[in-house]
Design a protein around this ligand. Structure first.
Ligand SMILES: NC(=O)CC[C@H](N)C(=O)O
Length: 342
């Protein structure tokens, strides 16, 4: 992962987020430092996504107190794509609990692309984790509702509660993907053959395709992330969307799998759970502190927004958010206290 954190102190904050003004200034810097970075390419395997303006770029942080910090195109709406997987997973965990979901869907990284069929075969039909297409389809199949329509309503309503506003289906994206999602249909059929999907696989894929086509903005993603950061309480509406235990489990799965086969690199550079999607969004969670939503359509070869990763790396470093860092690891150019005394 190519990040730009030159000149940024690796400060470590074990307490609350920095002051309001400091967060605003760092969000503005994350935007400014990366807006001219033009590496990567816009996804085109879903035809309509190829029409996205590659220059769009937004960075938003929402703290657990509900404070909003924005720079760039943070109100521009785009289809949520794979980021939906994290939130549908949380809803299903809330319904079935930790053990059932761990057994049925799994939590381990495949090390392979998000739409890999080989990964299913290599693991005897186990979908492995909810952040790849196979696991996400198996997870959506567990949403409440006796019909596909009822399950779709539950998905739309659940994700809207995370966002704190009604999210709408992007019909153009849905139709474009529904016409070209033969691979996801094959994945669902394969899961059915292994007894991992008990409903009509084509109906489940249809609900999954709609879930990926829900429109969000970077601002929405930050609110959704802040809800996971705050033990399931939406900081804007005050609603308890899922339990703190579900947030804990969801964040662990995101940390291990949220950026597909690049999840290790992401964790190494950024040290926070995150989830990306092929339209160019990434949501990141600083537990107990904030949600970060970024959007820019140019992707790396794994399908993760390039500017989005860079902006998030900057914020993690500048705001001291890395969960693996502690005061003992503080990197500072000033001499340590015991050296000064000598
Ligand atoms: N990585 C993604 O965002 C993929 C989501 C997309 N809807 C798919 O199923 O292929």
């Amino acid at each position: 992962m190519d990040v730009d954190v030159d000149g940024v102190d690796q400060t470590v904050s074990t307490g609350a987020l920095a002051s309001w003004e400091a967060v605003d200034a760092h969000v503005a810097s994350a935007f400014r430092r990366n807006r001219d970075h033009a590496e990567g390419s816009v996804a085109d395997y879903i035809p309509i996504l190829a029409a996205a303006d590659p220059e769009l770029f937004g960075v938003c942080a929402v703290d657990v107190g509900g404070g909003v910090h924005t720079a760039g195109d943070t109100e521009h709406e785009f289809s949520i794509q794979s980021i939906s997987k994290a939130f549908v997973y949380a809803l299903v965990c809330d319904r079935f609990g930790h053990e059932v979901v761990r057994e049925r869907v799994g939590v381990n990284n495949t090390g392979l692309a998000f739409n890999s069929v080989v990964a299913i075969e290599l693991n005897e039909g186990h979908p492995m984790n909810p952040m790849v297409n196979a696991g996400a389809i198996a997870t959506t199949a567990l949403m409440p509702g006796s019909t596909a329509d009822a399950q779709w309503v539950a998905v739309q309503d659940g994700l809207s509660r995370f966002a704190g506003r009604p999210l709408e289906l992007n019909q153009l994206v849905y139709q474009s993907e529904a016409a070209t999602n033969q691979r996801n249909r094959a994945i669902a059929g394969l899961l059915e053959s292994y007894g991992r999907v008990e409903l009509d696989p084509l109906e489940v894929v249809d609900v999954y395709t709609k879930q990926c086509a829900l429109n969000v903005s970077a601002h929405d993603l930050a609110v959704m992330g802040a809800t996971l950061a705050d033990g399931g309480m939406n900081p804007v509406t005050g609603e308890q969307v899922v339990s703190p235990e579900v947030c804990r489990d969801t964040l662990a799965v995101m940390a291990a799998n949220g950026l597909y086969e690049r999840s290790g690199e992401w964790l190494f550079e950024i040290g926070l759970p995150g989830k990306s999607g092929v339209s160019g969004g990434i949501v990141t969670i600083a537990p107990g502190k904030a949600g970060i939503g970024v959007f820019s359509p140019r992707l790396d070869s794994a399908g993760n927004s390039v500017r989005g990763q860079r902006a998030t790396a900057y914020l993690s470093r500048a705001l001291g958010l890395n969960i693996f860092a502690s005061e003992a690891h503080r990197v500072t150019s000033a001499p340590a206290e015991h050296e000064e005394r000598r």
